[in-house]
Design a binder for this molecule. Structure first.
Ligand SMILES: [Mn+2]
Length: 359
């Protein structure tokens, strides 16, 4: 059970505090029940870049939100901010690792991963893989320390590879943990362009690195290789709800509510949400690195996440990745911030936070 911090010094009817860590609400790390860890990392991004600026874009757009959320209010938690959410500052070490890894990865990506006997490319690849492992260890340690201090944790990327350390840290503390994975891509490649820790292989790596994981339930998938398709079909712990299949069922008259119940029923009691913004319709995330037509509407995505809470599941933590701002346009950050607030609400509500409870 969570304790509600005393944030009475803040008036939610006032303009948001631009100096606040997120959502315009001044709340310290110590006061927060939920701590957000920004990870500005995009070393293995193969197509459009910019997701290292995702956390800053989301943070920058977040004070524009109304802190009262009418959809969450229907679950009894219309004001999740009152339960304390704090976003950490970006780590200068992570920024430095990212700059170095991006520079080393560029020629490999330009060669399409065709490294062959090229000694310079081989050495660059070794560096990128070493830095990626360093980043994994950092995320796992950072998230693990917060969990051990009694916090709930959300990671804000960055490309999808930043989720690995967070999933491993949560799985180590929650045996049998289920993953709800919203994405256009299956992310089940063994490696991608030679990168061991690619955004395109993060769930494959998670299944291997965290043997205590329960079911991986994927939703919105519509872009994957034949090998990933076979892997998903054959792996006993993977259940994939393809975008086209969900759409077809709806065309034939099945309700989205019934589909949410199917998806939720495929998950165990404790669930971690790994949310790639490109799982949404690309109109909602035009800056993201690998957009794919189709996908979930915003209201479908939030209904799905909140269906976990309605079903009495425990949302132990989450990541939100691949948000990438475009110059002069706040839209990607705006959508990201709104989705982030819903994810925060889901975690807090599923741990018993309510508007009328003192905690
Ligand atoms: Mn994706």
């Amino acid at each position: 059970m969570l304790r509600r911090p005393d944030l009475s010094r803040f008036d939610p009817a006032s303009a948001g505090d631009p100096d606040a860590s997120v959502f315009g609400v001044p709340c310290t790390r110590d006061e927060a029940n939920l701590v957000l860890v920004p990870v500005p990392w995009e070393a293995t991004t193969s197509y459009g870049r910019g997701t290292a600026q995702g956390p800053a874009a989301i943070r920058g757009a977040s004070p524009q939100l109304d802190l009262f959320d009418v959809e969450l209010a229907a679950l009894g938690l219309g004001e999740p901010w009152r339960w304390g959410v704090h976003m950490l500052e970006e780590s200068s070490r992570v920024r430095a690792w990212n700059e170095r890894a991006c520079a080393r990865a560029l020629p490999i990506i330009a060669a399409g991963g065709a490294i062959g006997d090229d000694a310079a490319l081989q050495s660059a690849l070794t560096d990128v893989n070493t830095l990626s492992r360093e980043l994994d260890r950092w995320v796992e340690a950072e998230v693990g320390a917060l969990l051990d201090a009694g916090k709930r944790v959300g990671v804000v990327g960055g490309d999808h590879s930043v989720a690995l350390g967070a999933i491993v840290a949560h799985a180590a503390r929650n045996p049998g943990l289920g993953l709800l994975h919203v994405d256009a891509h299956a992310d089940l490649r063994e490696a991608y362009e030679g990168f061991e820790r690619s955004h395109a292989s993060v769930l494959r790596n998670a299944l291997e690195r965290a043997p205590a994981l329960g079911t991986l339930v994927q939703v919105g998938i519509r872009d994957l290789s034949a090998d990933e398709h076979a892997f998903a079909r054959e792996h006993p712990r993977v259940r994939t709800f393809y975008d086209h299949a969900l759409r077809r069922e709806r065309h034939e008259g099945k309700s989205f509510a019934a589909q949410c119940r199917d998806i939720v029923a495929a998950l165990p009691q404790r669930v971690y949400v790994t949310f790639d913004i490109d799982g949404l319709d690309p109109a909602l995330c035009p800056g993201t690195g690998t957009p794919v037509p189709g996908g979930l509407g915003f209201g479908e995505a939030t209904a799905l996440v909140l269906a976990l809470v309605e079903a009495g599941k425990t949302v132990v933590g989450f990541d939100l990745v691949e948000v990438a701002p475009r110059a002069g346009d706040e839209w990607d950050g705006n959508v990201g911030a709104r989705l982030l607030y819903k994810l925060c609400g889901a975690v807090l509500a599923s741990h018993g936070a309510r508007d009328d409870a003192a905690g």
